[in-house]
Design a protein around this ligand. Structure first.
Ligand SMILES: [Zn+2]
Length: 344
């Protein structure tokens, strides 16, 4: 596509090849951005909640404190992606199909539109660039509809094929999505169907480790703090069994889980055993900004500093205000109440 678009500009206009190259790079970035914007807009219109968007190296995450953006290196075979939570009350298939088609749909639509505008201004260099951009956008759209298995992410065409053919909606791999959808809706972990949580044990690769998260949240919300040390040990055993690449992909979650285990043990023993924040690093702060001040609030509560505790609780609450995850918000409210009750 790169060579094709550059050649279009080079051959059909007076613009020399080399200055056309930055134009083609821009065309590539714009085409991927159009593609992901299509996914994002239609996901929202279908009732889904997008929470993670990547375009080339730009990575945006809907944290509890609003959208956060940073640069990251994506695998060379992945231009971008949008990841969304489902609406628990609607058919997943009816949400997924329009969202999958929307990326390529946006590319083809923009291809037509920009091609028409470019043709109008032809043969000026601006018109030629617009035609090249239209060509590029259409190529990105068509390429994404051809089913290709990717090491990192199944592409739209392959996912579309799965969702059109099979009963993906009730596949065990969807259990995690079902549980997340309940959380988005405002249902907290102690009210999730136990068979869904236990079913994660049989889902491939990440399921067994992630299952402990829902078990842990259910215990935290009901004040069963002393049960959590055992969940922590089972979690560590499942982490040990993960392939190295999967453990790397889950590294933020692993640190989050370890922090929650340390937090819960401190709640159970009413004793700070060496710093409740000790597993929180800069990346965990970036993803879950309310976690550190909540842990600091417990540290303050256990040393009898009620003024500092209230300050940290207020800070943590403030960082939860923009969350889209209503179940997470409710759980944090319950936990803040437990910290106040534990204050010496
Ligand atoms: Zn796509």
């Amino acid at each position: 596509m790169f060579a094709g678009s550059a050649a279009v500009v080079d051959e059909w206009t007076d613009v020399p090849f080399l200055p056309a190259i930055p134009g083609v790079v821009v065309a590539w970035i714009v085409s991927v951005a159009i593609h992901e914007a299509g996914h994002f807009i239609v996901a929202r219109r279908s009732g889904m909640t997008p929470y993670c968007v990547a375009v080339i190296g730009l990575y945006a995450w809907a944290s509890s404190d609003g959208w956060r953006v940073r640069f990251t290196r994506l695998p060379a075979s992945v231009g971008g992606f949008v990841i969304s939570h489902f609406d628990a009350d609607r058919s997943f298939r009816q949400q997924m199909l329009p969202m999958l088609v929307a990326g390529s749909g946006a590319n083809l639509l923009m291809g037509l539109l920009l091609g028409a505008i470019g043709a109008w201004f032809w043969p000026s260099s601006g018109g030629a660039y617009l035609c090249a951009l239209a060509f590029f956008s259409a190529c990105v759209g068509v390429a994404n509809l051809i089913p290709v298995r990717n090491k990192f992410l199944d592409n739209d065409g392959l996912l579309l094929l799965h969702w059109l053919r099979g009963d993906c909606e009730h596949a065990p791999a969807m259990l995690m999505h079902r549980l997340n959808a309940l959380s988005i809706k405002g249902i907290t972990a102690e009210n999730y169907p136990t068979e869904w949580i236990e079913g994660l044990r049989d889902t491939p690769v990440l399921g067994p480790a992630v299952r402990h998260w829902f078990r842990l949240c259910a215990r935290q919300n009901t004040g069963a703090w002393s049960d959590i040390a055992e969940i922590g040990q089972e979690f560590e055993a499942d982490v040990q069994a993960l392939p190295p690449a999967a453990a790397k992909a889950l590294s933020v979650f692993i640190q989050q889980m370890r922090t929650e285990v340390v937090f819960s043990e401190a709640m159970a023993s009413e004793h700070d055993d060496g710093g409740i924040c000790r597993h929180i690093d800069a990346l965990l702060d970036w993803y879950f900004p309310a976690l550190r001040p909540r842990c600091q609030a417990l540290e303050a509560a256990l040393r009898g500093d009620r003024v500092a505790m209230r300050g940290f609780l207020g800070e943590s609450e403030k960082k939860m205000r923009k969350t889209h995850d209503l179940g997470y918000k409710k759980s944090e409210e319950i936990i803040r109440g437990s910290i106040m009750a534990a204050a010496k």
